[in-house]
Design a protein around this ligand. Structure first.
Ligand code: PRP
Ligand code: URA
Length: 209
């Protein structure tokens, strides 16, 4: 079963409250989403493998540790997942970035894929899928299914806010995928929006609507 990690660090929760506030404009919203992604990167990458390397400090030779093994790919779900990429890249600058484009049909809430471009060696990489919102879970479930169909094996999902329904949907469809979230909200409303949530993440990030 998926491991669900709620990253309730005070700095993250403080910034998330500002993100949720309807009076926060696009510029500040973008900056805050990037900052929260950067802070969450610390926990999302906690179990990456390390290897021992020998280096020389100005004082002596020393055996130290560096990241080892599989390389990382960050895969934002377009559009809103893009807002988390720069924050992640500032912590993992060598990561490659794939893109998967999905939008939710406003009547059925079902995701429709319109774009997918991934690093060639996606199957060998530790993949971090980013999307600020996990609502019904339809977009994340379909994005992960699509990634797996293209060879992806090691996938984790990172969201700012999740509804219980979305977590359940990912757990059911992809029990091998661990989920990292800053906060789990109460429920979905009749339009499939997270309550209390933050509204439409893509529109708030990019100033559309
Ligand atoms: C939003 C959000 C997720 C999806 C979550 O994207 O960024 O991808 O909805 O909802 P779900 O869990 O019910 O699938 P949206 O479809 O609004 O597209 P956009 O990012 O291009 O605005
Ligand atoms: N997508 C969003 O951007 N916000 C929600 O609350 C649900 C889906």
């Amino acid at each position: 079963m998926s491991k669900v990690t709620q990253i309730g660090h005070p700095l993250i929760l403080h910034k998330l409250t500002l993100i949720r506030d309807k009076n926060t404009g696009s510029k500040e919203f973008r900056e805050l989403v990037e900052e929260v992604a950067m802070l969450m990167a610390y926990e999302v990458t906690r179990d990456l493998d390390l290897e021992e390397v020998e280096i020389e400090t100005p004082i002596c030779k020393a055996k130290c540790r560096m990241l080892a093994g599989k390389k990382v790919a960050i895969v934002p779900i377009l559009r809103a997942g893009l807002g988390m990429v720069d924050g992640m890249l500032s912590m993992i600058p060598a990561a490659k970035v794939g893109h998967i484009g999905l939008y939710r049909d406003e009547e059925t809430f079902k995701p429709v894929e319109y774009f997918c471009k991934l690093p060639q060696d996606i199957g060998e990489r530790d993949i971090i899928v980013t999307d600020p919102m996990l609502a019904t879970g339809g977009s994340a479930v379909d994005a992960i299914t699509s990634l797996k169909a293209k060879g992806a094996k090691y996938i984790r999902l990172m969201c700012l806010i999740a509804a219980p329904e979305g977590i359940k949907a990912v757990e059911m469809a992809h029990p091998d995928v661990d989920i990292y979230v800053a906060e789990i909200d109460e429920k979905l409303n009749e339009k499939g929006y997270i309550v209390p949530g933050l509204g439409d993440a893509g529109d708030r990030l990019f100033g559309t609507k």
